[in-house]
Design a binder for this molecule. Structure first.
Ligand code: PXP
Length: 253
């Protein structure tokens, strides 16, 4: 019996990266989102970056249209800026995840510095919530950041798993074990403070299990690996396999 369904949000940004390498319209991230939905994704995630290096404003409109049509939640990742706030208020995605884009917005490892930028981030969270989007903060599993997130008015944190993935890639088992423990502790701390816990960044077939097994984590957002691997075996097959691995890890936890 599976212990608590864990959702998979598929980030389709890098379909747009490939499209933009040539200009034109192919491959279309909205078509990728449609395939993801048909293949069992629980949501679609896209990051509208300030420099529009992959997803464009038009992509966001079409993704929101598709999500409304299919009843899928759209999770818009964005920097905490006035420009992005205006776009999100117009688009009204189901969810907004605030992420750092500039060096000074980040903590040492790379999550949003909610503790240091509390006064700037709080009003943006409030305006997004008033506009009907559920707000999540992409942060490191650091106690101070998690406490600040709980005080910020956001209802969700997405714990940054990039450093964990990187430690495993570098075969630094000890560091990976330490970071995994911090993610587990952070997830428990966040849940105890009433936050919904998501996780993501750098997740692959080979590192997803220990993260998916964390009972408090209810959603993973995965992009680069799924899109890259789909070159070899197709997006539907890759999503099905990721789902199976996530469910199996949860089941054994
Ligand atoms: N979560 C957040 C907040 C992100 O910014 C990203 C990358 O856009 C991801 C998850 C997905 O990371 P990856 O592409 O490495 O799977």
């Amino acid at each position: 019996m599976m212990k608590g369904h864990i959702r998979l949000g598929v980030n389709i940004d890098h379909i747009a990266t490939v499209r933009n390498a040539r200009g034109g319209v192919h491959p279309d991230p909205a078509e990728g989102a449609r395939v993801a939905i048909e293949s069992g994704a629980d949501g679609v995630t896209a990051h509208l970056r300030e420099d529009r290096r992959h997803i464009t404003d038009d992509d966001m409109e079409r993704l929101q249209h598709l999500c409304l049509e299919t009843g899928m939640p759209l999770n818009m990742e964005m920097a905490a800026t006035d420009e992005m706030l205006d776009i999100a208020k117009r688009l009204k995605p189901h969810a907004v995840c605030l992420v750092p884009e500039r060096r000074e917005e980040r903590t040492t490892e790379g999550g949003l510095d909610v503790a240091g930028r509390h006064n700037q981030i709080m009003p943006i969270i409030r305006k997004l919530s008033d506009s009907g989007s559920r707000v999540s903060l992409f942060i490191e599993a650091e106690p101070g950041q998690i406490e600040a997130a709980a005080r910020s008015g956001a209802s969700v944190i997405e714990i940054h798993t990039g450093a964990y993935a990187h430690a495993l890639d570098s075969a630094d088992e000890e560091k990976a074990a330490d970071i995994l423990q911090a993610v587990q502790t952070g997830a428990a701390q966040g849940a105890a403070l009433g936050l919904e816990i998501h996780a993501g960044h750098g997740l692959t077939f080979s590192n997803v299990a220990d993260i998916a097994a964390i009972r408090e984590v209810v959603e993973l957002n995965i992009g680069h690996f799924l899109i890259g691997e789909s070159i070899f075996s197709g997006l539907d097959e890759v999503i099905h396999k990721m789902r199976r691995l996530m469910n199996a890890a949860r089941d054994m936890a």
